[in-house]
Design a protein around this ligand. Structure first.
Ligand code: OGA
Ligand code: ZN
Ligand code: ZN
Length: 402
């Protein structure tokens, strides 16, 4: 790389051939200093409070080192920070760079969803690359199907605790999805279930749900899956005002049982600061009464009905049958699931489910990627340390690749 570097008192400008100039504010650069006085050398955590930095911070001088690193001397305290060009490149703050760093979901429906993300459990436990491939596909689609796990009770916990950390709730660490005589939840009957997110009445709502199949002889009981992000995208196109209302008005979800009285308030659709869709929670069974200004009730119900209409369109829905040993892993605020009715008098159907926090699966994928990269010789510092220098040829190769 041969970027041109220039500076003013409060910012550093990097100009790379063929690309727009990009600016880094002084306070941001200083807050990324990794010297041993600023960050703990072992774990990289900050050793100072923001109030410890001089309020009148400015760049006094900038120089290039022989390896191309950028050396900044700060005023008024004379502190020195060194950044590699690669690190500055990876942390570009321009809107294009920030957009390109953001993961985009792969939206799906009936026509493209049948190429569903599938992993083989035996391969996943034996080969980190196979597990990572599954997790990458799960992250892009918001769900994945694991095949060939043991069709024995509690396997769902083994899978949940392998990929992340199982969350214990009032249902226990796992719940049995079977037809019960006196069920506290329609899930424990043979009735069909429209697509939904599980437990939006919890705060926080479970991030990931696993359903593992032990037996599926009963006629019916097919699994339904709909991409909530795709449905919300369609709603945004067809009725932007309805979409907007569902992102702004919170509603209550409620569940009661002998041992639980759960309430949580949230919007049906969540968007982030860029207005990108980041969550869909939908559950007709546990939606509580709408506690909203009277004049907002009709508009909200109209918007809710529109979203439901879209979610129920057959062209959005995947329908498949879980076989014993199959486990579907679903991002609970995106891949909405349901089932068709089944007949328990003509065969058995037994699933076991559990909840896992979303960050556990995100972390698992990053750890696997880091380990695989380390094995390939791509040193971790290339992505996280702004000034460490390569001491191995592997490190240099990685830097040159940028
Ligand atoms: C559930 C559920 C679906 C099924 O238990 O949360 O939605 O296939 N079950 O039984
Ligand atoms: Zn420092
Ligand atoms: Zn469910």
């Amino acid at each position: 790389m041969n970027a041109k570097i220039s500076h003013q008192a409060t910012s550093l400008r990097v100009e790379r051939p063929g690309r727009a100039a990009t600016d880094f504010p002084a306070i941001w650069l200083r807050d990324n200093c990794r010297c041993a006085a600023c960050r703990h050398p072992g774990n990289g955590q900050r050793l100072y409070e923001i109030t410890d930095l001089p309020p009148s911070l400015s760049i006094q001088d900038v120089a290039r080192e022989s390896d191309g690193s950028v050396r900044i001397v700060w005023a008024p305290d004379g502190h020195v920070t060194v950044f590699s060009e690669l690190w500055l490149n990876d942390h570009d703050l321009s809107s294009e760079a920030r957009k390109s760093r953001k993961k985009k979901p792969t939206l799906w429906n009936k026509s493209n969803g049948n190429a569903k993300p599938v992993g083989d459990w035996r391969q996943m436990v034996a080969d980190p690359a196979a597990e990572l491939a599954f997790l990458d596909a799960y992250h892009a689609h918001g769900f994945g199907l694991i095949r060939h796990s043991p069709a024995v009770p509690e396997t769902v916990l083994a899978i949940g605790n392998h990929l992340g950390f199982v969350r214990v709730t009032n249902y226990g660490a796992l719940f049995d999805v079977i037809s019960l005589p006196n069920p506290n939840n329609l899930a424990f009957t043979p009735i069909g279930l429209g697509v939904h997110s599980d437990n939006p009445y919890r705060d926080p709502t479970p991030g990931v749900q696993l359903l593992h199949c032990l037996e599926s002889d009963a006629p019916g009981g097919d699994t339904l899956l709909v991409d909530g992000f795709n449905a919300a995208t369609i709603l945004r196109q067809e009725d932007p005002a309805a979409f907007d209302l569902l992102t702004r008005m919170t509603v209550n979800f409620r569940f009661r049982a002998d041992n639980a009285e759960l309430n949580a308030r949230q919007t049906l659709i969540s968007v982030d600061e860029d207005d990108d869709i980041v969550g869909v929670h939908f559950n007709n069974r546990s939606l509580d009464w709408l506690d909203a200004p009277a004049e907002m009730v009709e508009p909200w119900f109209a918007a809710y009905r529109k979203l439901a209409d879209i979610l129920h369109r057959p062209d959005g829905e995947l329908v498949f049958r879980l076989a014993p040993g199959d486990c579907v892993v679903m991002q609970n605020d995106r891949a909405l699931h349901g089932r068709t009715a089944f007949d328990p008098s003509r065969g058995r159907r037994h699933l076991q489910g559990c909840y896992v926090d979303k960050d556990g699966l995100d972390s698992r994928a990053r750890v696997l990627r880091r380990r695989l990269n380390e094995k390939k010789g791509v040193a971790a510092w290339t992505r996280c340390a702004p000034f460490a220098r390569p001491s191995t040829s592997a490190g240099r190769t990685a830097m040159a690749k940028g």
